[in-house]
Ligand binder design. Structure first.
Ligand code: HEM
Length: 497
């Protein structure tokens, strides 16, 4: 029988649960969406405050939620059934707690997730002027988040409201069922005395591509295929994508649950950021960058690809001078580049996907910062079908964006490192690279930076201004299901070994 350490140290072959009691116990107690994205097109993220509730009531509420929570095993079996039958796996429900939520529950310090960034919370960490990371004795730029007073008004992040203690995520392929789920939970919350701070609704945007998924590839609002590059850690998944996914071990995304309700209880740290996208500004700047680089005709599309690192259809700019409609590729690195020369780089060092995953061949230190991204878009667009692009006449300046969500085992070394040491650092990967043009948050305002198109060898100074703004967010932990069930009470551990 596998031990929990053995499970976390090697790629997970989940189907062994039928013969391995350790794997069965691990998968039954781990929440869904961590090992693999739930893939549903509609979500509701319900943010809760436990203020004023006695600990027993919070504990009873979590116990009720535990019976509704989807386990990793439920999710993986439903996905296998869907592949065989095309019958939807139905609803997925996940529960998350902030450090404040743990405190209100009265959990012993030793049973509470220890990550320092988690305990401090996103707002406190986002306001720090600089950050330091493991084994690197220099200061990096702070996350530079806007203050709470600048967050979205009216919803869960309204500056007049308190911070969330918990989040419940409901996901389904049927928007009506998600709404029904929210309504029935709201009744239960009201009975328990919980304050619902608000609900963020996610709605996937899709576009069907040649040889791609019949459902269509997931798009973000700037029009690019998203969710392509994922660290796979299920043996069953990376058998199909062996080249770069293989080296990720589950312990990079999953940690033992400190409450140790069973010897196999695990959880994961979770970063939630509501990022609003100004589509009009982004698209206008793509055109201006193309003009500045004198890119015309088919080459014009390359301006956006230099910004993102992929064409809209997902083709990596490092592999092709033009998009190649089809299934987006992920098995590549930048090994052919002269790592110090922007003139010959196949993908600009400042491109979003190079800033957030530099893909230096064989560099495990770089790969240690990768997170398991599980985001979904929010907001409406006026499209008739999944065969259409977003229209040029439908370019919102707000109210649409990305609910960025990611699982990891260390918030500072993964999310914060990516945002601070890479995205916000003008000198990464080489001097004067500039900040990440998609998510960079810089304290000193915009600046002209040299852009180069290696194909035409054309260069121009251009200031690609931020079109993404943080509207709210928090650091959470997705505890084991047995923790939700048993809360802070002493646990009689079942005889599993
Ligand atoms: C509205 C905000 C954002 C937009 C529009 C956006 C868009 C995209 C797109 C189009 C891709 C390429 C598709 C893919 O490889 O999956 C991508 C990849 C990626 N993004 Fe973002 N993203 C956003 C926020 C973030 C944030 C906040 C982070 C982390 C701090 C992040 C980290 C990544 C990473 C790690 C990749 C994969 C890079 C690779 O492995 O090649 N993104 N993003």
């Amino acid at each position: 029988m596998s031990t929990v350490q053995a499970i976390l140290d090697d790629a997970i072959e989940w189907k062994t649960w039928t013969s391995d009691a350790g794997m069965l116990a691990f998968l039954t107690d781990l929440q869904s969406n961590i090992l693999k994205g739930h893939g549903r097109d509609y979500t509701a993220n319900i943010f809760l405050s436990f203020e004023g509730m006695p600990q027993e009531k919070i504990s009873a509420l979590l116990q009720t939620l535990s019976y509704l929570t989807t386990s990793a095993l439920d999710q993986l079996r439903a996905a296998a059934a869907y592949s065989a039958t095309k019958v939807s796996g139905g609803r997925v429900l996940c529960v998350f707690l902030t450090a404040n939520g743990y405190q209100r529950l009265g959990v012993a310090q030793s049973d509470m997730p220890a990550d320092l960034a988690f305990r401090a919370g996103m707002q406190a960490r986002g306001a720090l002027p600089s950050l330091r990371f493991k084994n690197i004795p220099v200061d990096f730029p702070g996350i530079n988040d806007p203050a709470r007073s600048g967050w979205e008004r009216g919803g869960p992040w309204d500056p007049g409201k308190g911070n969330p203690d918990a989040m419940v995520l409901i996901a389904d392929d049927d928007a009506g069922l998600v709404s029904a789920g929210v309504n029935s939970l709201k009744d239960a919350f009201m009975d328990a005395g919980v304050t619902v701070l608000g609900v963020d609704r996610g709605e996937a945007q899709r576009r069907r591509q040649l040889n791609g998924s019949p459902k269509g590839e997931g798009l973000e609002h700037f029009g690019y295929v998203d969710g392509v590059s994922q660290p796979l850690f299920l043996v069953e998944d990376f058998r199909a994508n062996p080249a770069w996914s293989e080296a990720f071990v589950p312990s990079q995304f999953i940690v033992p649950d400190p409450a140790k309700c069973t010897p196999f209880s695990c959880g994961s740290y979770f970063v939630y950021r509501k990022l609003e996208q100004n589509v009009q500004l982004f698209k206008k700047q793509e055109e201006e960058l193309a003009a500045a680089l004198k890119l015309t005709g088919n080459d014009e599309e390359r301006a956006g690809a230099l910004v993102v690192g992929r064409f809209e259809d997902g083709t990596p700019v490092a592999l092709h001078p033009e998009g190649q409609a089809g299934v987006p590729t992920n098995d590549f690195n930048y090994a052919g580049d002269n790592q110090s020369d922007p003139l010959t780089a196949t993908c600009p060092f400042k491109a979003h996907i190079r800033k957030t995953n530099p893909r230096t061949a064989g560099d495990d230190n770089e790969r240690a910062h990768i997170m398991a991204r599980r985001g979904i878009t929010y907001g409406k667009r006026n499209r008739e079908s999944v065969d259409e692009d977003f229209s040029d006449h439908d370019q919102p300046t707000g109210k649409v964006g990305l609910l960025f969500m990611a699982y990891m085992s260390d918030i500072a070394e993964q999310f914060e490192f990516t945002q601070s040491a890479w995205a916000n650092n003008t000198n990464f990967k080489i001097q004067n690279t500039g900040v990440d043009p998609v998510i960079g948050q810089q304290p000193n305002g915009p600046a002209d930076i040299a852009w180069t198109d290696a194909i035409t060898a054309s260069s121009a100074m251009f200031d690609f201004k931020a079109a993404v703004k943080l509207m709210g967010g928090a650091y959470f932990f997705a505890p084991s299901i047995s923790f939700l069930q048993k809360g802070q009470r002493p646990i009689a551990v079942a005889a599993l070994q």
